[in-house]
Design a protein around this ligand. Structure first.
Ligand SMILES: [Mg+2]
Length: 374
């Protein structure tokens, strides 16, 4: 039951649209959705699939860095390692690529981590959710991401989203600052009671964030994601004590040591969980446990995950009973993927796949079709 080989398959998936963040478009349409699939084969011939899917304008990793880090550093360190020793595998990965305030190239590490979880599930004949040992829910509602330049555009997107079945809307704010409150109000008005929350991706200074929090609260919003810079502990504390909204941290919640420090300083009351940004399911589940035990709100999120990252997230979110609609927006942006059968999503509600491991099947022909030379 030892790791025999680790192979990396860089892919470029065609996209329907690009996402715009306060710092600019997350990528170009031509660039496509770039993701590196990781295949781990054990000494008995069992196979697990993971993926490393960097969003270079969100965190520091690139497709090129993820591919070379896995091929040149992580894979060689793990050949011969016991498949079931996840903690030991992470210790080896952290020895090769040091962790600091963030987990040190977490997206590359998460590709390996997800493949190991898939492999363990397949070996045992159980789903990843079963492996996580909690069955709080078996369905996860998806949120529609709204990134609009005007309130009218935001209302149009929301109305169409309600018709498609979305029960939640996450609104990107911070890049049309004068219009942000009107954009959020337009979404709330069009959402017909669906859950709406703004995400500023660190786009506001403290004074702006305080003003916007009051404006969003008047719209009926109850949750505000990452309003200020991840390093600004003073601003996070000030916001918590001054506004009635739950402030959830995303970019600030990449590594366990920093989150623990924020808890000690009364600077956090909610966490956005992303499997990839923390280095995979091994650390994501620890962060969920920490949040639940510390009484923090949990929201589910992702980095425009392709199906492997999407499925890993669904297993985790279902295990931890995340009931608010989650921002797993891969299906909203990715036009075609590498699956043999589509993910079980109906009216924007994802079911937890029940087959062993992640419960998905890769189409080898599609890996060739979307192959990218890195
Ligand atoms: Mg976010």
């Amino acid at each position: 039951m030892r790791i025999q080989t680790i192979d990396v398959f860089p892919l470029r998936l065609p996209m329907k649209a690009v996402l715009t963040l306060p710092r600019g478009p997350s990528r170009t349409l031509d660039e496509g959705k770039r993701t590196a699939l990781v295949r781990i084969t054990d000494s008995d011939g069992n196979v697990g699939w993971g993926e490393a899917s960097p969003s270079r304008r969100w965190s520091a990793e690139t497709m090129e860095s993820a591919v070379s880090s896995i091929r040149e550093y992580l894979a060689p360190a793990l050949i011969g390692h016991d498949v079931f020793d996840l903690a030991g595998a992470h210790a080896k990965m952290n020895q090769e690529l040091a962790s600091g305030l963030d987990p040190g190239q977490p997206i590359a590490k998460s590709g390996v981590d997800i493949a190991l979880h898939d492999l363990i599930g397949k070996r045992l004949g159980i789903s990843v959710q079963d492996w996580l040992g909690a069955k709080r829910v078996d369905r996860i509602p998806l949120a529609r991401l709204v990134s609009a330049a005007t309130p009218e555009e935001a209302a149009r997107i929301t109305t169409a989203g309600v018709a498609e079945g979305y029960q939640g809307f996450k609104v990107k704010v911070g890049h049309h600052k004068a219009l942000d409150a009107d954009i959020v109000r337009a979404v709330v008005d069009a959402a017909q009671g669906a859950f709406v929350w703004p995400d500023a991706n660190q786009g506001y200074a403290l004074e702006e964030a305080l003003r916007m929090a009051r404006a969003f609260e008047r719209c009926g919003v109850t949750l505000f994601e990452q309003p200020v810079a991840m390093s600004d502990v003073y601003a996070m504390r000030k916001l918590l004590s001054s506004c009635g909204l739950t402030v959830a941290l995303d970019e600030a919640a990449m590594g366990m040591p920093y989150v623990i420090e924020l808890i000690r300083r009364d600077a956090v009351e909610g966490l956005a969980i992303k499997v990839s940004k923390v280095g995979g399911l091994h650390y994501a589940r620890q962060m969920c446990d920490l949040a639940l035990n510390a009484g923090l709100a949990l929201i589910g999120s992702g980095l425009m995950d392709a199906p492997i990252g999407f499925a890993a997230s669904i297993h985790l979110f279902a295990a931890y009973g995340i009931t608010l609609p989650v921002d797993l927006n891969g299906p909203q942006f990715i036009a075609e993927d590498y699956l043999a059968r589509p993910l079980p999503i109906e009216r924007q509600v994802a079911r937890v796949p029940q087959a062993p491991g992640l419960g998905i099947e890769i189409d080898a022909a599609k890996l060739e079709r979307f192959a990218l030379d890195v």
